[in-house]
Design a protein around this ligand. Structure first.
Ligand SMILES: [Zn+2]
Ligand SMILES: [Zn+2]
Length: 243
């Protein structure tokens, strides 16, 4: 092997690794099957085409290392690797922060399932001091990975729903600029987890149901209920992805 080890990872590459890691972590937390090798292949076909399999593996272990330092849980299959440069470590941490993953106060160097959510739960309205906030929030120029979607799929699903949310059966809460009751399209298995952009994986949801899929405490159960409710939908998982 004479392949040259290219020096620095770009922010785009690093973020692609972080995103893939977090997708897999969520699947592991949810007890959904996933394959590291499949995800590795996807990455090498995409944003990380310049990186070797072992370089990606090591990067994932670096991310584990940063997560453990933050007191967060990590993917079991990626043992933390300490040989991560301070600069890379800092960047990974910033990216995690941007994605809402912060250091768990009082935790460090030991894996923990404590989350910010539980932290907030523990505090009561009385001792919640008003946060100072940020007067001039910083912005980053990092590139966001965009998936190319099929507009026809989006339009078909919206037409088929005909203004009625496929999650709760209610009419969209207000009229959109196109004059139709407003609904959003949702990829039931996210594109980032190799979900397809086909009508079998896309649902038309009101904003409440859509947010519920992404952020609710019962998001997993609610997502499961979509597969039952909407006959068109078919459960996809990483193991079934062949292309
Ligand atoms: Zn709804
Ligand atoms: Zn969505």
């Amino acid at each position: 092997m004479t392949k040259k080890i290219s020096a620095l990872w770009t922010d785009v590459e690093l973020e692609a690794a972080v995103d893939a890691y977090l997708s897999m972590r969520e699947m592991e937390n949810d007890g959904r099957p996933f394959k590291k090798t499949e995800m590795g292949l996807k990455l090498r076909e995409g944003a990380l085409s310049a990186r070797s399999k072992s370089a990606i593996e090591l990067r994932m272990q670096n991310i584990s290392s940063v997560l453990v330092e933050l007191g967060q849980n990590r993917i079991k299959g990626y043992v933390p690797a300490k040989n991560v440069g301070a600069n890379v470590s800092k960047k990974i941490q910033e990216m995690l922060n941007d994605k809402g993953i912060f250091k768990v106060p009082g935790e460090g160097a030991t894996a923990s399932n404590t989350s910010i959510g539980q932290e907030l739960e523990a505090s009561t309205a009385d001792n919640l001091a008003a946060p100072l906030g940020i007067k001039h929030p910083k912005h980053s120029n990092s590139t966001v990975i965009t998936f190319f979607r099929d507009d026809k799929v989006r339009e078909w699903v919206l037409m088929h729903a005909n203004g009625t949310c496929e999650g709760c059966g209610k009419v969209g809460p207000f009229l959109g600029v196109d004059g139709r009751p407003f609904l959003e399209v949702h990829h039931v298995l996210p594109l980032a987890m190799a979900g397809s952009d086909r009508i079998e994986n896309v649902a038309a949801l009101c904003p409440n149901c859509h947010r519920r899929c992404h952020l609710a405490a019962d998001k997993k159960a609610f997502t499961e209920s979509l597969y039952v409710r909407v006959k068109r939908l078919k459960e996809e998982c990483l193991d079934l992805v062949v292309d």
